[in-house]
Write a protein of this length. Sequence first.
Length: 145
Amino acid sequence: MDVSQQHPGGPHRQRPSAASQRDQHLQGSPAQAEPLTPAEDRQWATLAHFGGVLACIPSLIIYLVFRHRGPFTAQEAKEALNFTLPPTVLAIVANLLALIPIIGGIFGIVAMLIWLFMTVSGVAAGIQCNKGRPYRYPINLRLIQ
């Protein structure tokens, strides 16, 4: 008896693997991310301002990731980034200058005051954003349009 008669599909027919059968119901993610709901939009906008505690990095990440998904998040993350970018650069310079013997203590205090200013301003802005109100920092260079 021929082998092709014993197995339908011929002797070289491959059986589907268990992994391919298991993965048939899985779907990939859509090419475009879903827009944020109003609550999520307000949440990410608030976090962009609260991120001032950690300098400009959180607002930069939120702006890059969510700017096309929510208008309020894009607006507020850009505002927070514009506010935190110059003080972050100044704080880095002050921290480097703090390593200088004798006068370094003065720069260390300046760096701490810059961080305190960013933290207090970011918390005040985040509280307003969480209420759904746009916030504008009184002192802001608005480098990123």
